[in-house]
Design a binder for this molecule. Structure first.
Ligand code: ARG
Ligand code: ZN
Length: 879
């Protein structure tokens, strides 16, 4: 069905089901092309529904085999079965069982939803609506059932895993065997999972706070066992952390993680049986970068934390997706902050928010954190639901305070455990725990768009007062022309020009706790006893997802960079100065002038590196990493010319690299690590800074940088250093680059996850020849559109991380990506749809490029057949 014809699903139309399904008993006979599924459902009328009318169960591409009611075969006129639906015409009005047999073909399942095979391993993905591709069901999150799953397979599939606890297993005739799994916790169908395969594993025993023993294990393809150890360790640290910080213990006897190579998303929190994209499990010094390790830690924790926020308490409907995702992202961010450096983690998370969520929120695909309508739910697993959703939890915590936040969480767990809940129910727990009215806060969930927060300050030296006026506006978004003010907690401080932090004194205690709450369009506060002219440090720690517009001079910002006690704002100050310089350079280039870099920033960076680089390398790496092209494009906002941004940014980096050359060269030597590789935060921070230093140094002196990079590439003992060097080399066209790329390929040709890096790096080269290179790589023997990671590496990187080449002036980049989307769509609509979001900022481009982007989008929209997934994205993008 085309999105144009697809029904719109609306939050306001929510109705409970007419029937409930208390238990589900599944018998699954695994077979590569004809897997038999027999589902026995114990149904009963839902007191909240209207039993008696016909009962329609969801299906998707199902082959119906047979049906029985209370054990007796159904008469032909008692039901209708199609691939998309099973309708029982006159369902009983008392409890009954329905047994339905279906047949599915896991090998032909290229959509990777439902039951499919990844490199021979049988696995499932059911969120959001994949369970209906296995059996007919009320496939929605408010139908909670207790599942018992019996899996049968041939001897070539010795490992059989299901949800819950293992119950029984044994041999059968003809070398076949079976395993039965029972999950005592009622769950929605999207949390169902099975795995069948021949896999290696690592395991351990985790003892919970109350002394229960849990067998924890990570399953991976044969030969990759050692690469699973870090994930297993991260899992146990996450389990302990959730006990300590949220008081949440694990609840089954086993917790299994399975890594597969073909997976549409990152990972899935199926009860007791998490299934992962192997990119977020497998790691070794030789194959994974420090950021890979950090991502693995975060995703392992994320999926584990879902056990309470998502599984024990799930969502009433898919509009409430942020109830589990935003909250769980918040929890994994907090976990990583505690495990590593909190300010560095905060900076990294805000970078992600700004680069992924802000553009979404400012473009045609903008939607509220809790959307009100959708056509294709899989298109709402967005940065807005996840990342902005997490920010809202942080805003909530700032508003009610840490203690009330924890009490609210406890109340939420206590009150809603075992149910499918809503955002209203969640917020009510915090209103109750804190005794505050949170109705204004809840607007954050309803209104799309990023608020713009402007700040104007005036110092009266005679009266020693500082008057600060904060104001907010939000631009219109699709379907929401009028915007209301949000409740914005502005964490703040005042830094004197002397560099000291000044006390915050107001007549009404408006900024107690260092937080000023702006809940209307505008608010003015007067600080008294301000002994010297202050520079305001606002939105400390990025206390709300807003765009801050400051009337500070570059010199004021450099005061914050040098003296702010809030590390986030220290970093932010340097970023803002650098952004301004690059934006001015873009303007100068447009006016036919040349790029000027004021000496102030280089000097300030120099002082900073002297004082902090070796003390806090991870933080220094963040400071040294200048705003990216997309950051500059966002700042400029409209009529974007990516080439001009690229040239301006490059010139600024060149100037800084030259100005700091001596210090950078010295640091590069100082930061070398002698100790054996460890992915810990301390070592990772040093490597991050050293690679950043190498990049900036090369920007200033290509020949010298290239020589260092080549030496680093050859001597590297870990992937972070090897890839860091290779990406520096990749920016310099010529023989040396091609030789290094070839050497890297030869070394890792049999390692899919590393080859992904090889493809991604080449797709990101900001040069006119890259499109041809990417086209050539499409027919490389190692390339395949049927592996999502590989597709994202080559095509996704080109479309999302190479602004000048994707948005080429001749439109060839857009046309190419459109071709790939159309080619991929019939096989895997979810991955095709995700790729098509690369066009989300097309309206901000200059007219020539805009026209090319529009033509590409229109060509996709006009194609037939087109999946509902892609049609939905392109139709909204064009609106
Ligand atoms: N719940 C998964 C997570 O942890 C995401 C699954 C999304 N899958 C999908 N097909 N939409 O974030
Ligand atoms: Zn999640």
């Amino acid at each position: 069905m085309r999105a144009d014809n697809a029904p719109v699903i609306r939050l306001e139309d929510y109705q409970p089901t007419d029937y409930l399904i208390d238990t589900v008993s599944l018998a699954i006979g695994l077979h590569p092309t004809e897997t038999r599924v027999t589902a026995t459902l114990a149904l009963r009328p839902n007191p909240a529904g209207h039993a008696g009318a016909s009962l329609a169960l969801d299906g998707d591409e199902l082959v119906f085999v047979s049906a029985a009611l209370d054990g007796s075969p159904l008469a032909a006129d008692a039901y209708t079965a199609s691939p998309e639906k099973f309708v029982l015409h006159r369902p009983p009005q008392q409890p009954f069982t329905l047994t339905i047999e279906t047949c599915v073909n896991p090998t032909a399942n290229t959509k990777l939803m439902g039951l499919y095979r990844s490199n021979g391993t049988y696995c499932t993905q059911c969120e959001a609506d994949g369970f209906r591709r296995i059996t007919y069901f009320l496939d929605r999150p408010d139908v909670l059932s207790v599942y018992t799953t019996r899996i049968e397979a041939d001897a070539d599939t010795p490992l059989l895993l299901g949800n819950g606890n293992p119950a029984e297993a044994g041999a059968l005739a003809d070398g076949r065997h079976f395993a039965v799994w029972h999950d005592p916790f009622p769950k929605p169908s999207y949390l169902f999972a099975i795995v069948g395969g021949d896999l290696d594993h690592v395991e351990d025993v985790f003892t919970t706070a109350s002394g229960r023993k849990v067998k924890v294990a990570v399953y991976v393809e044969r030969g990759k066992r050692e690469r699973a150890r870090y994930a297993l360790d991260a899992l146990q640290r996450a389990m302990r952390w959730d006990e300590e910080v949220f008081g949440r213990e694990y609840d089954l006897d086993v917790f299994n993680i399975v890594a597969v190579s073909a997976f549409n998303m990152g990972a899935m929190e199926n009860k007791g049986l998490n299934i992962f994209n192997d990119k977020y499990v497998l790691a070794s010094a030789d194959t994974a970068t420090d950021s890979d390790y950090a991502n693995i830690e975060a995703v392992i924790a994320h999926e584990y934390f879902h056990n309470w926020t998502g599984n024990r308490i799930t969502c009433r409907d898919w509009f409430q997706l942020c109830l589990k995702e935003g909250l769980t992202v918040f929890r994994d961010q907090e976990f990583s902050s505690d495990a590593r450096s909190r300010p560095v983690k905060r900076i990294a998370d805000v970078r992600v928010l700004r680069s992924a969520q802000f553009p979404e929120d400012a473009g045609p695909l903008a939607h509220p954190v809790r959307p009100r309508a959708y056509k294709e739910i899989n298109n709402f697993y967005t940065a807005t639901v996840y990342e902005k959703g997490a920010e809202l939890i942080r805003v909530l915590k700032t508003l009610v305070g840490g203690q009330h936040f924890r009490r609210g969480m406890d109340l939420y767990f206590e009150r809603h455990d075992g149910t499918a809940a809503t955002i209203e129910e969640f917020i009510a727990c915090f209103a109750e725990a804190s005794g505050r009215d949170l109705s204004a806060f809840s607007q954050w969930y309803e209104q799309a768009g990023t608020p713009r927060l402007s700040a104007r300050g005036r110092y009266d030296a005679g009266a020693k007062t500082y008057t600060l006026t904060l104001a907010q506006t939000t631009l219109p978004t699709p379907d929401q022309p009028e915007k209301r003010p949000m409740v914005i907690p502005v964490a703040l401080g005042l830094i004197g020009e002397s560099g000291r932090e000044l006390p915050l004194t107001t007549a009404d205690g408006a900024t107690d706790g260092g937080v000023l709450v702006l809940d209307g369009a505008e608010r003015t506060v007067i600080f008294t006893d301000v002994e010297e002219r202050p520079v305001p440090s606002l939105l400390r720690g990025f206390s709300a997802p807003a765009i801050l517009d400051l009337d500070l001079t570059d010199d004021d910002l450099l005061v914050l960079f040098a003296h702010d006690t809030d590390a986030f704002n220290q970093w932010q100050a340097a970023q803002t100065v650098a952004t301004r310089i690059i934006v001015r350079a873009v303007e100068a280039l447009h006016a036919g002038g040349t790029v000027q870099v004021p000496v102030g920033l280089a000097q300030a960076l120099g002082h900073f590196l002297d004082a902090r680089a070796l003390r806090d390398p991870a933080f220094a790496a963040q400071v040294l990493s200048l705003p990216g092209e997309a950051d500059i494009a966002r700042e400029i906002g409209e009529n974007i010319d990516p080439e001009a941004i690229f040239t301006a940014r490059k010139a600024v980096r060149e100037t800084l690299g030259q100005a700091l050359a001596g210090k950078l060269a010295h640091l590069y030597g100082e930061l070398a690590i002698d100790a054996p590789y460890s992915p810990d935060a301390a070592q990772a921070g040093k490597r991050a800074l050293r690679n950043g230093v190498l990049g900036l140094l090369t920007a200033g002196d290509a020949a010298r940088g290239e020589a260092l990079a080549r030496a680093q590439f050859d001597a590297a003992t870990n992937m972070t250093d090897r890839l860091g060097a290779l990406s520096v080399l990749s920016l310099v066209a010529g023989e040396a680059r091609e030789a290094a790329l070839q050497a890297f390929y030869d070394r890792y040709r049999d390692d899919p996850l590393v080859l992904d890096k090889w493809f991604a790096l080449q797709a990101s080269i900001p040069e006119a020849g890259t499109l041809e290179r990417v086209k050539r790589l499409l027919s490389h023997p190692a390339f395949s559109l049927s592996n999502p990671n590989r597709t994202r590496a080559l095509i996704g990187s080109f479309a999302m991380a190479n602004l000048t080449q994707f948005a080429r002036a001749d439109g060839a980049g857009f046309a190419f990506v459109a071709d790939v989307i159309l080619q991929l769509d019939p096989a895997n609509p979810q991955v095709a749809s995700r790729l098509s979001t690369a066009f989300r900022t097309w309206k901000t481009l200059e007219p020539g490029r805009r026209a090319h982007a529009e033509a590409a989008l229109r060509r996709i929209a006009a194609a037939t057949p087109l999946s509902q997934d892609v049609a939905d994205i392109v139709t909204r993008s064009l609106a």
